[in-house]
Design a protein around this ligand. Structure first.
Ligand SMILES: *[C@@H]1O[C@H](CO)[C@@H](O)[C@H](O)[C@H]1NC(C)=O
Ligand SMILES: *[C@@H]1O[C@H](CO)[C@@H](O)[C@H](O)[C@H]1NC(C)=O
Ligand SMILES: *[C@@H]1O[C@H](CO)[C@@H](O)[C@H](O)[C@H]1NC(C)=O
Ligand SMILES: *[C@@H]1O[C@H](CO)[C@@H](O)[C@H](O)[C@H]1NC(C)=O
Ligand SMILES: *[C@@H]1O[C@H](CO)[C@@H](O)[C@H](O)[C@H]1NC(C)=O
Ligand SMILES: *[C@@H]1O[C@H](CO)[C@@H](O)[C@H](O)[C@H]1NC(C)=O
Ligand SMILES: *[C@@H]1O[C@H](CO)[C@@H](O)[C@H](O)[C@H]1NC(C)=O
Ligand SMILES: *[C@@H]1O[C@H](CO)[C@@H](O)[C@H](O)[C@H]1NC(C)=O
Ligand SMILES: *[C@@H]1O[C@H](CO)[C@@H](O)[C@H](O)[C@H]1NC(C)=O
Length: 478
């Protein structure tokens, strides 16, 4: 492997954060032997002896699909599983605080207003405090591991000339290499919070065949990495884990935006970033994991049937909206095919990397979006050992999850189930604003097929899961 030497900012930058975690309080993962094995030599990172070590991981992993026999099937389940979450009501205490601008309770100390969680002097313990915490953090770790491999894989597969043809410089490649180092830190941080059984790095398979597709995949994968964490962050029992995860997910958010800039898209066309449930992130991630090592810790989240956007917007549809049919490389990420001969998107303005680009609208309200979805029961994910499922009835709506909004359009089914079991239909892109002057449907967003059009807001969106027929898919609204 050839890596450009990048200064050790990665290792040093992480040190104060982890060092701030009291020794012996966090369940720290035992490191065997040398710190960051595989990294120091392969990535030009040098390690300081005083900083905590990074978690070791294979320096090279296979990139082939899994072809063996699944060793187990389905998500992890507890010894007892209930029938569903009932719909509740507003808790009485939710509305008792007067919100009148005054201090309504005695202050526990000078300059300290009453209230808050974890503010009474209790020593913080940065660990998982429930199954919900563990499974959420473990999912985030699966995501950090794939990002680490993905950022390295593109640099390995495509030459500096290939990147240049797609409008990216050597410094842009160095930035991607640095992003891989950030992932080493993120994976270490989450592993330390999870303890000895923290999931390990796996083997992956990627859909891209040129730089344009690689950037599109990275831009879309980091979107669900970021949004998947926003979906659960505020629900964690462990305020301490939430605190550290916030400080890493904000770095991921920057990565997502940089990949948009690498594609020549407008860097942030929304006022709010979207959050989605864990099972949505897992549905999007699992298809790209071929196999995981023996003894791998498994996840409890659901894999929904795949959903493919047949006419996915991209830079090629800017100020036009007409996308070629069948222009995606498959469900989940719904990467748009690039031009195999010149590393650019198949058609459209040659943006190249830019800080910002007034590229115009890639999609518009009223746009007809063609969809194809799979039936449940497909083996997917690590060692094909998970199975797609749905508990919903017939698909009637497409849910659009963007910014603060969860909204629906009706689904017209054109084929209930083709010979190979896929359904087909279309919907119309809805027209709504989050606030006046902020069209809600823009940027890299999520759509799914549902059997109901019930109301959800960002904090209770995971309640939609029993109604998901297929998806989510990534939709490139702008
Ligand atoms: C501080 O808060 C925690 C939970 O929020 C509680 O368990 C603990 O008893 C409190 N400590 C004191 C000294 O009040
Ligand atoms: C998954 O498959 C790989 C490759 O065949 C194998 O090495 C590994 O042990 C399997 N993983 C598990 C958890 O069994
Ligand atoms: C819009 O894109 C389609 C397909 O790429 C192309 O055939 C058409 O000419 C474009 N229209 C405009 C107005 O650019
Ligand atoms: C898209 O693919 C479907 C099924 O493979 C095919 O029936 C259809 O003609 C294709 N459409 C275009 C425009 O290529
Ligand atoms: C791909 O790029 C080549 C060389 O620049 C060009 O001739 C061809 O038209 C492009 N194909 C598409 C589908 O844009
Ligand atoms: C998305 O935002 C960009 C940048 O503000 C704007 O040019 C574009 O028209 C918007 N797209 C839609 C569908 O509103
Ligand atoms: C299912 O068959 C259709 C043609 O009827 C084809 O376009 C599509 O790619 C197939 N999907 C899968 C998942 O094999
Ligand atoms: C979009 O979100 C805003 C902010 O939460 C909300 O006020 C508005 O009603 C939502 N719009 C729709 C159509 O759901
Ligand atoms: C989700 O929360 C909103 C209020 O923010 C409420 O109107 C809606 O009924 C809730 N949905 C469910 C299924 O509980």
């Amino acid at each position: 492997m050839k890596w450009n030497a990048v200064p050790l900012v990665g290792a040093v930058g992480l040190a104060p954060l982890v060092a701030a975690v009291p020794r012996g309080v966090v369940i720290a993962r035992q490191q065997s032997g040398t710190p960051s094995s595989g990294m120091s030599s392969s990535m030009g990172m040098s390690a300081s002896m005083s900083a905590p070590p990074t978690r070791s991981h294979p320096s090279s992993v296979a990139h082939t699909p899994f072809s063996g026999t699944p060793y187990t099937t389905g998500a992890v389940t507890a010894s007892s599983v209930g029938t569903g979450i009932p719909m509740g009501s507003v808790s009485p205490e939710a509305t008792t605080y007067p919100s009148n601008g005054n201090l309504n309770n005695p202050e526990p100390a000078p300059y300290v207003p009453a209230g808050g969680l974890g503010t009474n002097g209790t020593i913080p313990v940065y660990n998982a405090k429930s199954d919900f915490d563990y499974e959420s953090l473990a999912l985030a770790l699966y995501q950090e591991w794939i990002e680490l491999d993905l950022f390295q894989d593109g640099l390995r597969r495509f030459s500096a000339e290939d990147f240049q043809a797609a409008g990216l410089s050597k410094a842009d490649r160095d930035l991607i290499a640095f992003m891989a180092e950030q992932e080493v830190g993120h994976a270490t941080l989450i592993s330390n919070m999870l303890g000895a059984e923290a999931p390990q790095q796996c083997n992956y398979n990627y859909p891209y065949t040129n730089v344009a597709e690689y950037l599109d995949f990275c831009q879309k994968l980091t979107r669900w990495g970021e949004s998947g964490v926003y979906g659960f962050l505020a629900h964690l029992d462990s305020r301490e884990a939430a605190s550290l995860l916030t400080l890493s997910i904000t770095t991921e958010a920057r990565q997502q935006m940089i990949f948009r800039q690498f594609q020549g898209l407008f860097p942030m066309p929304v006022w709010f970033e979207v959050g989605v449930p864990q099972s949505w992130a897992w549905t999007l991630l699992a298809p790209y994991i071929s196999s995981c090592p023996e003894g791998q810790t498994r996840l409890a989240w659901q894999n929904f049937p795949g959903l493919q956007v047949l006419n996915q917007p991209s830079s090629a549809t800017a100020n036009n909206g007409t996308a070629q049919m069948n222009n995606t490389l498959g469900p989940a990420a719904n990467v748009v095919r690039g031009n195999k001969t010149n590393n650019q998107p198949a058609t459209g303005p040659n943006g190249g990397a830019r800080v910002t680009h007034d590229i115009g609208a890639l999609s518009y309200p009223g746009r007809q979006v063609y969809l194809e979805w799979q039936q449940p029961g497909q083996e997917i994910g690590p060692n094909n050992s998970y199975v797609t499922s749905t508990s919903a009835g017939a698909g009637q709506y497409v849910v659009w999850v963007s910014q603060l909004n969860v909204t629906y359009s009706s689904l017209t089914v054109t084929e209930q189930g083709t010979s190979n079991g896929t359904g087909r239909g279309y919907t119309i892109q809805p027209d709504l604003e989050t606030f006046q002057g902020d069209p809600a449907i823009n940027g890299t967003i999520f759509i799914a097929i549902t059997d109901s059009d019930a109301v959800y807001t960002p904090f209770n969106l995971s309640q939609i899961n029993p109604h998901v027929v297929a998806g989510p898919a990534i939709y490139q609204a702008g």
